[in-house]
Ligand binder design. Sequence first.
Ligand code: PXP
Length: 244
Amino acid sequence: MVKLSVNLNKIATLRNARGGNIPNLLQIAIDVQKFGAQGITLHPRPDERHITYKDVYDIHSIITTELNIEGNPIDKFMKLVLDVVPDQVTLVPDSINAITSNSGWNTIRYKNFLTEKVHQLKNIGIRTSIFLDPNPKLVSSVAKIGADRIELYTGPFSLGYANNKLNSINPYIITAKEANKHHLLINAGHDLNLENISFLIKKIPNIVEVSIGHSLISDSIYMGLEKTIQMYLKKINQFYIKDN
Ligand code: PXP
């Protein structure tokens, strides 16, 4: 089964707009698990404009499913994750002012930097994943860096999906095959939604985890969180259920 990890940054953004505790992020983290999601993703940015560093500690102490923390491994971030020890850390090359993550790593240029960070994380038992553009040429350097997984940056897939599904998925299929060759497991995330998620998973059946925030939280405004999560789970696992 493909795991669904729900990114809660949008909930934190809404809460921070008023400075109080509405909506209650911790309650939502508990509910997201209760409604069937297999994990929670948090992406604390250095300016803490969405998820705060305190949120990371609070959520880590109450959830029972998998915690994935994403971010650029600057000193402040590394200190946080080495202290919290989540199940997984996804390294993302986001600049401080980026509205959202907008590219994967150049794993050739940043090989030494990433190798050092991955070793620090793996030394204390944290699974590591590297956010990657759909470029098969970068995969062997991820293996050399020593990471456990790649997270395919699905922004370009989502953009191209409306015009030409097959063209938009092709580089991902090739990159996923390369990852298989190097024994790297595959996560995927960014701009995934109820329209495009089934196609992605049908074409890349070895994806093990998807991390979804913006669309899922937006859908829940109309459908409620429980129904929305169940709809995503159904779409994510429909091929698995049929084939087994
Ligand atoms: N993966 C990474 C590395 C991200 O930065 C984000 C956004 O925070 C996501 C996945 C989830 O993207 P979206 O909010 O578009 O579903």
